[in-house]
Design a protein around this ligand. Structure first.
Ligand SMILES: C[S@@+](CC[C@H](N)C(=O)[O-])C[C@H]1O[C@@H](n2cnc3c(N)ncnc32)[C@H](O)[C@@H]1O
Length: 224
């Protein structure tokens, strides 16, 4: 009997985390999924619903603007943003995710790259008019999240927008109670994307359509 792909996915994550390798499991999971041996639980085959809603509400015009999609996975969110006219760069730590993105979107206008959020290219600092971060920070253990948040914020150019979509958890829930991945973000973590010149301008919390007990943040920030 073949193993349940969901069980395989969880085992791949656990093995890597137990080896103190907090990011190695992403490549292992995408590679196993490419062979049909696992499923990538977040791979929706479409852009995230909260990103779609933000695009509908904001009607952003990406002409002559740049965008960066953090932890882009197989590219569905990047394609939505590239279709709005942004010169879009999308990166992921997993080479197989990036290969799959190329395969999924052969005529894409987006630039897909392998890169590490925790050690990003220096030229990306303050370089993007729109930065979209969906579920990457929460996929990292809590001890790594402050560094990840700092890098996400630093990508935003003066006058640029940062959009963060994440699972939410109550501030009074102790870190030790969270058996990640994922490690959902507290309000304090959402507020920590804001700095002296990056302002939180909109914050909503809503239930996930898939599971109403799961709450999600949608946070929008603006760099002065
Ligand atoms: C939970 S998934 C979310 C993927 C996508 N943003 C979405 O919403 O479908 C987290 C993604 O971040 C990528 N990732 C994790 N750590 C990363 C890092 N340090 N640098 C870049 N990408 C990373 C993973 O490979 C994975 O594709």
């Amino acid at each position: 009997m073949t193993e349940d792909p969901d069980v395989v996915s969880r085992r791949i994550a656990r093995e890597s985390l137990d080896r103190d390798d907090p990011t190695g499991w992403f490549e292992n999971l995408y590679a196993a999924a490419a062979e049909g041996a696992a499923v990538v639980p977040w791979d929706r085959g479409t852009a995230h619903q909260l990103l779609l809603e933000w695009v509908e509400e904001s009607s952003p015009d990406g002409a002559d603007k740049t965008a960066l999609i953090v932890g882009a996975g197989t590219g569905w969110d990047a394609e939505l943003i590239a279709d709005r006219g942004y010169d879009t760069t999308a990166f992921d730590i997993s080479p197989t995710a990036i290969d799959t993105a190329h395969h999924n979107h052969p005529d894409s206008k987006a630039h897909y790259r392998v890169a590490d959020l925790l050690a990003p290219p220096a030229e990306w600092q303050h370089a993007f008019d729109l930065v979209v971060e969906i579920f990457t920070v929460q996929a990292l253990p809590i001890a790594l999240q402050p560094d990840a948040v700092k890098h996400v914020t630093e990508f935003v150019a003066p006058g640029g927008t940062l959009l963060v979509i994440a699972a939410a958890r109550p501030d009074d829930q102790p870190d030790a109670d969270i058996q990640g991945p994922p490690w959902p973000l507290t309000r304090a973590t959402i507020q920590s994307f804001a700095t002296a010149d990056v302002r939180l301008i909109q914050l909503t919390q809503s239930p996930s359509p898939a599971d109403a007990t799961v709450l999600r943040w949608r946070a929008e920030y603006l760099r002065d």
